[in-house]
Every structure is written in C-alpha cells, then in structure tokens.
Design a protein around this ligand. Sequence first.
Ligand code: PGA
Length: 302
Amino acid sequence: MHITLRQLEVFAAVASHESFTRAAEALHLSQPGVSMQIKQLESSIGLPLFEHVGKKIFLTDAGREMYNYSQGISHLLDEAEDVLETLKGVQSGKLAISVATTASHFATRLLAAFSHRYEGVTISLDITNRESLRHQLENNVPDLVIMGQPPENMDVESETFMENPLVMIAPANHPLVKEKNIPLSKFENEHFVVRESGSGTRDAIQRVFDEHGVTFRTGIEMTSNEAIKQAVEAGLGLGIVSIHTLELELETQRLVILDVENFPILRYWYILQRKGKRLSPVAQAFKQFVLDEASKFIRLPK
Ligand code: PGA
C-alpha cells in the first residue's frame, strides 16, 4: 500500500468536514484537487472510503478505520514536530496562530512586535470565523487561537487578556448622533448591517437584544468588518462592531459611536489552546507576551 501524508491529510479534512467542498476551502485547494487525492488514496487501498447518499457523504467501514489511523498518525507527527520545535528553542521555531476575523485588526500588530523580539521565528497567521476556528482546534491545527469566547463543549486552556467592547456605529449625519442613553427599544425597527452567522460578534449582539426583549433585525450580511463600516458610512444601516475595528473612522469622524443604553456590550479576548496540548517554547513565549504586553501594542480609539 503506497499512500502519502498529503493524501491522509486531505482524507481527514473531507471526513471531519463531511464535505469535499468545505475540505477544499479549509486546505486552500480546488475541489477537483481534493477528489483526485481521495481517488488515488482509494485506489492504493483498494477500497472505497466514502459513500454518497443523496447530497451527503458518509465514511464506509474502510473509511472509518482509515480515519482512526489518520488521526493517530497526525497526532504522532504533531508530537514529533513539538519535540523538534522544543529542541530549536525560542530563537528559531515556528508559530502557527489562528485568530477570529475581528481579532485580525490587532493581531498583526502583536505578531509584528513579537517577531521583532524573536527574529528567527517563522510565523503563520490564519484569519477565519469562529466555526472554522473550532474545526481547527478539533484537528490540532494551530499552536494558539485568539477569539472572543472559548468554544463551548470543548476542553481548552484559555486566558483572557483584554476587553472587547462592542459599540453601535452610525454615519456622522445620523439623527441620533447627539442623543444620550438611547433606549435599545428605539432600534426595534432598524435593519442592521451584520456579520455572517457563526461570527462571535453577531452571537453576542443577538444575546443582548434577546435579553432585553428587543427584536434584532438583520439587513445585509457581510463577512468583513471593513465592509460593514463602509456600508454604515454609505447609509445602508447601523452597525455593531468591536471597538478594535475602529480607529481612523472615528478620528476622521466618518463614523460616530451612538450612546445607547446597555452599550457597549462588554466582551473579552481570549488566547487558548486545546487542553493537554504541549506548547512549543515559541508558542509559550507568544502566549506570555500576549498576556503580559498585548495592551501596550493595541491602541484603542479615544
Ligand atoms: P468575530 O469576533 O467572530 O465576530 O470576528 C470574534 C469573536 O467574538 O469570537
């Protein structure tokens, strides 16, 4: 049986996402590329690994066996990599960080400061949504994750390092700009420009509206905070974003923060890894750096 680690990686991604398309997205490959790797793997093994029922795919018995082995092999490889990273020490290791979309607004600054301090370290940064961070944690992809709320029902070691206030933004000429302590109920009929479902920000907003018995009406959905700010500025609706995404827009008064009752919605940023994961010296150094010094490098708008 001649199989490659790449084939196993592609196979594990299809099995865990239960989809060729989503696996292709996660691995930054084309869908035909993924199908080809699976075909080659199946022909080396001599058995089908997936069966297609309607639009869904399921592992065959052989697929399930192979999945267990692929998980074991992948854990062994991770362990080997961790041990080798430990031997390299902090000066020349590798660091794989995954962050939630909103955290990307400050994560690059943190990574820049860290890499100036440890010049030999090679860093990779993946920016993605909460759902995909969850998958990555399950599959032990990143060394560390930065997100707005540790995932539920998963054993992680998480620590909080900074506040993440969510504010309501409006264009500078909005009629409510000068009002104080505006009741949340005033926004009952407002259509907000919102992040995609699966975004931590969106979940938090929905919770606060639900808690106060106010309907949260969603208008246009966008996967980027930058796009939301531009849409709000263009008058497509109000928005609710983390204060970390705002800087120039407030300074240049292209957007304003409305003074709304129960706002800002107070959240926190967490840095975390799967429980039991052995952090390399570089990952440990980065985690400590974030916990001790993050606020020094992150400028919040006044
Ligand atoms: P986002 O925010 O997923 O809305 O980008 C990060 C988070 O709150 O987890």
